[in-house]
Design a protein around this ligand. Structure first.
Ligand code: EPZ
Length: 420
């Protein structure tokens, strides 16, 4: 197994190009199941989660090519509507094929995703909404067996909680349903917005795009046809590199980003004493003279993103004073705490709130990645720590960061990818 060996403290400089957003590409790939013609998608990040979903598509009978970040996918000959456990267990976002498969084919079997390191992450809201649209949902032998032989019927659906992939699943299902679907309390993440925009460009009438209430006029099972499109930049990858610059007191420019997708992250970096300037699709982090402590409460977009919580915790170890970080979306998204403590961080955990005292001179050590964003936090801490930090189990990182060690190395980090 590979690991990353980082020698700190590092100073970074120059610019880094941000890849397409994994969490936009996954639902948009699933949405191609609503089409019976080839679809061309540009700026698709070449990360493990994308490769995993393509493995599932291959099993469904999809044909595709994926070269140099361009995916051409043809689902005309799909002859299997079962998403098997072996794939779904490795990537829970595979659940995103449930809505489109059911809407297009009237029947599908998708393995229950099971738990995950950061929390139980049920899919009850996905299933409840599909039942409201007339689907019959059974749970058998660990699979969701969904049928809607007469197609799905538009419905008035209120989500009890804001759910990103739940919203995406139902938006895709509603696109091919009969009649109008009204969604209340729908997620507003940029990735959800792009899904709506691509569907709207394909002729699906959607009112309220970007708000928490959508009205979707379905095509009554007429397949949709997507014009070629490009995946939006990854705001979480961008936020991670902004934190890398902040924690190493470096000036770094990010290319190919959407600054407007990072308002909450930018605001928090300003609070910490940094300055972020934006020019078109580029952002530059100007470091603080001394990092100041800050408080964070994760919430749905456009609030502070839970996917940036771990990275800012690493940053808080270097901030002067007491920082308080509250994780409100997931019940177990503090797996990085004990690993940061191995590096010397002063963190007190009580329930879903972490209290940090800083600044602490971190000392390099062996640490273990536990989930995607926790892994990136350990890399950031390794850049600030003095000595060598080895981050193990970086298959977690490979799920959502393209060429992370190469991009950091190009910025001047002393980082190597080695094998155990
Ligand atoms: C998406 O996960 C993202 N993944 C996650 O990013 C992200 O952390 C999360 O949204 C929150 O922003 C993708 O987009 C592929 P949710 P998702 O449904 O959709 C509860 C990463 O780092 N809930 O919005 O699975 C759930 O337990 C990943 O790239 C239910 O109770 O998250 C959680 O507490 C990690 N019932 C809350 O809602 C449901 O049916 C938000 O979950 C669905 C969700």
């Amino acid at each position: 197994m590979d690991y990353l060996s980082i020698t700190g403290p590092s100073r970074l400089g120059g610019s880094v190009t941000i890849s397409g957003a994994k969490n936009a590409a996954l639902p948009l790939m699933a949405a191609t199941l609503l089409c019976d013609k080839p679809v061309t998608i540009d700026n698709v990040p070449d990360v493990a989660d994308i490769r995993t979903l393509l493995k599932l598509f291959k099993k469904l009978g999809s044909r595709f090519t994926f070269d140099d970040h361009t995916l051409v996918i043809d689902n005309e000959a799909i002859d299997n509507t079962t998403a098997t456990y072996d794939i779904v267990k490795t990537m829970r976002a595979s659940i995103l094929v449930l809505g489109p498969l059911l809407a297009r084919f009237g029947r599908c079997e998708v393995s229950l995703p099971g738990g995950c390191a950061i929390g139980q992450r049920p899919i009850d809201l996905h299933l409840k909404a599909l039942e409201q649209m007339g689907a019959v949902i059974e749970i058998k032998n660990g699979y969701v067996v969904a049928t809607a032989p007469e197609g799905l019927q538009g419905a008035h659906i209120i989500f009890d909680k804001v759910t990103v992939t739940g919203s995406e699943n139902i938006i895709m299902a509603a696109a091919l349903a009969r009649g109008k679907t009204q969604l209340i309390n729908v997620a507003k993440e940029p990735e959800v917005v792009q899904l709506c925009e691509v569907l709207a460009n394909a002729g699906v009438t959607i009112e309220g795009i970007g708000s928490d209430e959508l009205v979707i006029h379905g095509t009554d099972r007429a397949p949709v046809c997507f014009e070629p499109f490009s995946i939006i930049p990854d705001r979480i990858e961008a936020g991670t590199y902004l934190c890398a610059a902040a924690i190493t007191y470096s000036t770094v420019t990010l290319e190919n980003v959407r600054p407007d997708h990072l308002d909450a992250v930018t605001a928090k970096l300003h609070e910490a004493g940094c300055r972020v300037s934006a020019e078109g699709s580029a952002m530059t982090l100007h470091p603080a003279a001394r990092l100041r402590s800050f408080d964070i409460s994760t919430t749905e977009y456009p609030g502070f993103p839970t996917d940036m919580q771990a990275q800012f915790m690493a940053l808080a170890t270097q901030a002067e004073g007491v920082s308080i970080i509250e994780e409100r979306l997931f019940e177990n998204r503090f797996m990085h705490v004990s690993e940061l403590q191995r590096l010397g961080a002063s963190i007190h955990l009580k329930g879903n709130t972490a209290t940090l005292n800083g600044p602490i001179q971190l000392l390099g050590a062996d640490v273990m990645a536990t989930d995607l964003r926790a892994s990136s936090a350990l890399v950031l801490a390794g850049l600030a720590a003095s000595g060598v930090t080895n981050v193990h189990r970086i298959y977690h990182l490979d799920r959502g960061y393209e060429k992370l060690h190469e991009k950091l190395k190009n910025l001047g980090a002393k980082i190597e990818r080695l094998s155990e």
